[in-house]
Write a protein that binds this ligand. Structure first.
Ligand code: AMP
Length: 160
């Protein structure tokens, strides 16, 4: 199962649920949604799932601590892409999907938030030996194959 936290939140926003109303402004500004709201949104989904690829979580140290207590991640994947290429992709997506946070100003803020709050987690998971780095500038299919192989390996370690 693929659980993308950003997708979950966008569904809440478009359905105008109480959670959606609370998170919308953070998302439009390109800021992180407070950890407590993220954890509340995620917990019921994780309890229901038997194995999952969690996309866009953890994004802060507090979320990583929650993951330690509640989930025990098997492997952490870092998709590595240069900033210039990230900007190019997000602007291309803006033309296709019209996401409110794919504008130059908000992209700049999201990259700053990533550098401040999320990038430090890479070192944390590397030190623990849990990190797998994947070149995120390869073809989509190649990246998908590598991520699925890791997930398969985590589900049945002896098979790999
Ligand atoms: P994404 O779809 O991954 O680009 O996420 C879009 C937006 O959703 C982010 O800019 C944040 O506002 C919010 N968001 C997604 N995942 C998280 C998370 N783990 N913690 C806090 N905010 C998040």
């Amino acid at each position: 199962m693929h659980i993308a936290v950003g997708d979950l939140l966008r569904q809440e926003v478009s359905a105008e649920t109480p959670l959606g109303v609370r998170v919308a402004e953070y998302m439009t500004r390109g800021e992180l949604v407070p950890d407590g709201l993220i954890i509340d949104a995620l917990t019921p989904r994780l309890v229901a799932a038997e194995g999952f690829i969690l996309d866009g979580f953890p994004r802060t140290l507090a979320q990583a601590q929650t993951a330690d207590e509640a989930i025990a991640l098997d492997v952490v994947v870092h998709l590595d892409v240069r900033e210039q290429e990230l900007r190019r992709r997000l602007l291309a997506r803006a033309a296709l999907e019209g996401r409110a946070d794919d504008t130059p100003d908000v992209i700049a803020r999201r990259l700053r938030v990533y550098a401040d709050a999320t990038a430090p987690l890479i070192e944390l998971y590397r030190e623990r030996g849990q990190l797998v780095e994947i070149d995120g500038e390869q073809a989509v299919e190649a990246i998908t194959d590598q991520v699925l192989a890791l997930a398969q390996q985590a589900l049945s370690p002896s098979a790999g």
